[in-house]
Design a protein around this ligand. Structure first.
Ligand SMILES: [Zn+2]
Length: 52
């Protein structure tokens, strides 16, 4: 199984962290732009393929 990293979005400025390494590099998990501490998980759009 492939585990995809769920992107995080800053609750204040909307800055999105899409890289797990970048997320871990931020001390205390704060937004690098506005220093906000609340992040929301961003769910990637689910792509469904239908077999015809
Ligand atoms: Zn921010």
């Amino acid at each position: 199984m492939t585990v995809l990293f769920m992107p995080y979005r800053c609750g204040r400025c909307g800055y999105q962290i899409a890289d797990l390494k970048e997320f871990e590099l931020i001390p205390g998990t704060r937004c690098p732009i506005c220093n906000y501490r609340i992040f929301y998980k961003v769910r990637p759009p689910i792509v469904k393929r239908l077999k015809i």
